[in-house]
Design a protein around this ligand. Structure first.
Ligand SMILES: [Zn+2]
Length: 82
């Protein structure tokens, strides 16, 4: 046993639920005390932002956004995030 050296790969960080959530993939309930994973999902191109003039007023237009969703442990095993 080597308590000080942890060479095990830890690609994911599980969080213990403090309340009930719903899995973003399978819609199953993540109960309080269960472990879940927070994943960031990108929609479109969040880095792409252009300025457009709308009604004489320059407006920043984002072409995408990121959302943080919660995924249950079952989905994580079935489909690990890349
Ligand atoms: Zn799930």
């Amino acid at each position: 046993m080597q308590p000080s050296k942890n060479t095990e790969a830890k690609p994911t960080k599980l969080t213990t639920a403090r309340r009930t959530y719903r899995c973003a993939r399978c819609r199953a309930e993540i109960g309080r005390g269960d472990q879940y994973l927070t994943v960031t999902v990108s929609h479109g191109s969040p880095s792409k932002e252009v300025f457009e003039t709308r009604g004489g007023c320059p407006t920043a237009v984002a072409h995408g956004f990121r959302v943080r969703t919660k995924v249950c442990k079952t989905c994580l095993v079935a489909e690990p995030p890349t």
